[in-house]
Design a protein around this ligand. Structure first.
Ligand code: DP6
Length: 359
């Protein structure tokens, strides 16, 4: 009789945060997590924002305990449909390898244990689910020694959280909405490497590190169901913004990049306001950041900074390295004088970040 394999198999990985400049907002198929529109993001430096995940599995782990996830030291739920979809899909891919090579250990049948840590506040509109699911999928794919490309893994990560599919690439990344019902063409691809436009920087203004009020998932469902403006956004605004943004990146045209980034953020938050009942992610502190960026750009006589806001009040400001002093310096100065801008917010001004070149 063969001795049972009690070995613990393990793999660790980190995944970066990405911040969209053309936003994903709306699902055409909530079960497969297929979006209503394409989106485009910039992957931020892992030195500043990242999730570190270790995946392990073993025949020695009691089957009765099932799969588990420890997130920032606390037990997290893995029974939700999204995490289950990722585990199921990763196990299916591993099982195919095991079927082709019977000598491989049957890792696909062992309980999985994941330990994950963010170096930034979870669920504060800082794309934690993006880095989280990208790291989860990547760690288990490494553990299972899957040969899948980042594009193939993006199909899996998408089912965990839509924006996660973009965190499998560095640089400038598009998530193509696709049109197939099975979602096999709803996949991420790299529009340009970080090295193509390495002068790009981002600064995060932390207006609040608290958990957001309305989750992206439920917020976007309410928008799809109730906003008329949203239909216009999907039909005309986003396709035009995607085309303009891809060209701006190819041409390294920061003014164009900045205008599309700010307009798309405004358009997304307008559809939130047009949702019934309305959803407000931005607050007075956020609006002060918008005014500060406008002041910086007016003073420079051209767009040197671009704001964008996700499903929370924190601002991400994009700028080029050569304009660092005027942008970051003025943000400190202007926001320091703005009533309502809290001291903590200023102390939360992250050092300027470069881009991540990919995992
Ligand atoms: C505003 O990816 O968190 O950040 O697919 O339901 O998990 P789910 O949504 P999620 O939504 C992100 C929305 C956004 C815009 C973006 O990142 O494109």
């Amino acid at each position: 009789m063969a001795t049972a394999d009690k070995k613990v198999y393990r793999a660790s990985t980190t995944a970066p945060v990405n911040i969209a400049v053309v936003k994903y907002w709306g699902k055409r198929d909530p079960k497969l997590n297929l979006p209503t529109n394409s989106s485009l993001s910039v992957t931020l430096s892992q030195a500043d924002l990242r999730t570190l995940t270790t995946a392990s599995c073993s025949a020695a782990y009691p089957a009765s305990e099932g799969d588990s996830l420890l997130l920032n030291g606390e037990a997290a739920d893995v029974t939700n449909a999204r995490t289950q979809a990722c585990f199921r899909e990763l196990r299916r891919r591993r099982a195919a390898l095991e079927a082709a090579s019977p000598a491989l250990p049957k890792l696909s049948t062992y309980p999985l244990r994941l330990v994950s840590e963010n170096n930034f506040p979870t669920a504060a509109g800082l794309a934690s689910s993006a880095a989280g699911f990208a790291a989860l999928v990547r760690a288990v794919a490494d553990l299972y020694e899957l040969p899948d490309s980042p594009a193939e893994l993006s199909l899996v990560a998408r089912q965990g959280s839509g924006s996660a599919c973009r965190s499998l690439f560095g640089g400038y990344v598009a998530w193509r909405a696709g049109s197939r019902e099975d979602g096999l063409d709803s996949v991420a691809d790299q529009v340009a490497e970080a090295a193509h436009w390495p002068e790009m920087r981002a600064v995060v203004l932390v207006a609040s590190a608290e958990k957001k009020g309305v989750s992206s998932t439920s917020g976007m469902q309410q928008t799809v169901a109730t906003s008329g403006l949203f239909r216009e956004r999907v039909a005309t605004v986003v396709p035009a913004n995607m085309a303009r943004m891809e060209k701006a990146i190819a041409d390294k045209n920061f003014e164009e990049f900045a205008e599309v980034t700010m307009r798309d953020s405004n358009s997304f938050h307008a559809t939130c306001a047009d949702t019934y009942p309305p959803i407000f992610y931005m607050n007075d502190v956020s609006r002060a950041a918008v005014r500060a960026v406008e002041a910086i750009n007016a003073h420079a006589g051209r767009a040197v900074a671009a704001y964008t806001f996700d499903a929370g009040p924190n601002a991400v400001i994009y700028y080029l390295e050569k304009d660092a002093e005027v942008v970051v310096g003025t943000l400190y100065h202007v926001l320091g004088d703005t009533e309502g801008w809290k001291r903590e917010a200023l102390s939360g001004l992250k050092a300027s970040m470069s881009l991540d070149s990919g995992v």
